[in-house]
Ligand binder design. Structure first.
Ligand SMILES: NC(=O)c1ccc[n+]([C@@H]2O[C@H](COP(=O)([O-])OP(=O)(O)OC[C@H]3O[C@@H](n4cnc5c(N)ncnc54)[C@H](OP(=O)(O)O)[C@@H]3O)[C@@H](O)[C@H]2O)c1
Length: 325
């Protein structure tokens, strides 16, 4: 890649933060975006101390004008935008008919319109310069939708569709060096599950197996270098689920539903957190890379259940292959 900027939205925590720190080590010029100015400022410092250049720009990605201002700032600071990583997202958990409508709408505004806004602002620079890579973070839940998380699943399916549509359009216009890549992570160890709104009456936890955010950061970096693969699923179980979902959607949706019920939500009541950090940028939001879900003893039972489900899926797939032969 040349020496222009890489814009990362949702940089203040989790996958966005891990990606910024990884790219900073390569001496990249970064434009770090999310709503929380303090968290971004501290991250920019960290990136500079690792050898990167970084500016922090507080913006709400659902606001198209604010996102366009980010693009203008990136060009003023670094001359051009080489890549744009749309990572910002939120979620709300609860029954479809009773999740507050404004939360459902907000998830769509941030997760879909935020990615639309970022993609449009990026394309406005990349098409005239004849090159660039846009990486949109979707989720395996955009392929295999989850119960109690309709808004999120809908939003992630839309992010995949947006990527496919943009790629077709670029191909018809012979824009061979402008790329749009969708990344579909499985469960990742970030503060995401505590940031989410929750009206289930139970605690929302990471659905095992849980993969480290640095794994996604690595995949994002490799997508930036080799952007010709349009979609990348991150996490072994995620890849198995997505592949098998093409063949037997109802079985896989049933399995994800069961896993959500058994491991994503706590068995006991308590732990609701209202609207989470959807509408606030106060101290309740965490600005760390990880969420503390990976490899902790208290997650061992849930990991065992997740692994058992994965093994059951694998055996079931093998049996099907055997029967066909
Ligand atoms: N964790 C997982 O298991 C998982 C799995 C699959 C896909 N993903 C996807 O990975 C991406 C990163 O999520 P994560 O796990 O790293 O979660 P996270 O730690 O909660 O990060 C979400 C980021 O989005 C930012 N954000 C939220 N609302 C915003 C808004 N209106 N405008 C601008 N920024 C906003 C947050 O920062 P501020 O609060 O400072 O705005 C934060 O930096 C998301 O697209 C998520 O859907 C996550």
């Amino acid at each position: 890649m040349s020496a222009g900027a890489i814009v990362i939205t949702g940089a203040s925590s989790g996958i966005g933060r891990a990606t910024a720190l990884r790219l900073a080590r390569r001496g990249t010029s970064l434009v770090l975006v999310s709503r929380r100015e303090d968290a971004l400022g501290a991250l920019a410092e960290q990136c500079r101390s690792r050898g990167g250049a970084a500016v922090a720009v507080a913006a709400d990605v659902s606001d198209a004008e604010a996102v366009e201002a980010v693009a203008i700032r990136a060009v003023v600071e670094y001359g051009r935008i080489d890549a744009w990583v749309n990572c910002a997202a939120v979620a709300t958990y609860g029954h479809l008919e009773s999740v507050p409508l404004e939360e459902f709408q907000h998830v769509i505004d941030v997760n879909v319109m935020g990615v639309v806004n970022g993609t449009r602002s990026a394309l406005r620079r990349m098409i005239p310069q004849g090159s660039g890579v846009i990486v949109n973070i979707a989720s395996i839940l955009g392929v295999v939708p989850q119960p109690y998380g309709a808004a999120y699943s809908v939003s992630k399916a839309a992010v995949r569709a947006l990527g496919a549509s943009a790629r077709s359009e670029l191909a018809l216009r012979h824009e061979r060096d402008v790329h749009v890549v969708s990344i579909l992570p499985a469960t990742i160890d970030t503060p995401f599950f505590r940031h989410a709104a929750n009206h289930t009456g139970r605690q929302v936890r990471a659905l095992p197996p849980v993969y480290p955010p640095e794994l996604v950061a690595r995949r994002i970096e490799s997508a930036l270098r080799r952007p010709h693969r349009p979609e990348r699923v991150v996490g072994l179980l995620g890849r198995a689920l997505v592949r098998q979902h093409r063949r037997t959607p109802r079985v896989i949706e049933g399995q994800v539903a069961l896993q959500t019920e058994l491991t994503n939500l706590s068995p006991t009541r308590g732990g609701e957190n209202g609207s989470g950090t959807l509408f606030t940028t106060d101290a309740s939001a965490e600005a760390s890379v990880t969420g503390g879900w990976h490899g902790r003893s208290k997650t061992a039972l849930r990991t065992a259940i997740g692994t058992a489900a994965a093994v059951a899926l694998g055996m079931w797939m093998l049996r099907r292959v055997g029967k066909r032969r």
